[in-house]
Ligand binder design. Structure first.
Ligand code: HEC
Length: 141
């Protein structure tokens, strides 16, 4: 009896973890390679922030590249070869944070395709309203 239960538990654990791995590997890559600069949540203390938070980045990416394929292509290229001319984020962000350092050597193109596709699918989170671009319609009085 007990053995059967153990096997069952083990089985579902394995199934669960392989399912989670597929869903999470892109996020894990992001956590390891990007999250030290790009926060996944709204930063609590703006004074320690070194790069725009992920939701803000994706909001601006999607304004320029609403199509996922274009957005992923743009981001993979930008992350390996950033430049002021290519950047879609607000000019004051570039001024404040400086240009993103190229992540060449830190992340591969294949990893980037995974990461940026996950970013596109999950950010900005539903209901997110940015602070820029006069997007506060209906909020406050
Ligand atoms: C050392 C800090 C740092 C790391 C690490 C970093 N970034 Fe950035 N990133 C920045 C800064 C600063 C900006 C804002 C300035 C700019 O756009 O170049 C930025 C901007 C971006 C943008 C917006 C580009 C645009 O058009 O302005 C994207 C997309 C992005 N990062 C994705 C990533 C991903 C994905 C990773 C992980 C592979 C990553 N970044 C790792 C600092 C970083």
């Amino acid at each position: 009896m007990r053995l059967k239960k153990t096997i069952l538990t083990l089985g579902s654990l394995v199934a669960l973890s392989s399912f989670m791995q597929a869903a999470d590997s892109a996020e894990v890559l992001f956590d390891v390679k990007c999250a030290m600069c790009h926060s996944k949540t709204r930063p609590a203390d703006m004074s320690v922030v070194v790069a725009p938070a992920l939701m803000g980045v994706m909001r601006h990416i999607k304004m320029t590249y609403p199509n996922k394929e274009d957005a992923v292509k743009f981001m993979v290229d930008y992350i390996l070869e950033p430049s002021k001319e290519k950047a879609v984020c607000m000019p004051q962000k570039l001024e404040r944070f400086g240009l993103m350092p190229s992540q060449k050597g830190n992340v591969t193109q294949t990893e980037l395709e995974k990461i940026t596709s996950w970013m596109f699918d999950n950010f900005p989170p539903e209901g997110f309203r940015g602070m820029g671009h006069g997007n506060r319609k209906g909020q406050g009085k």
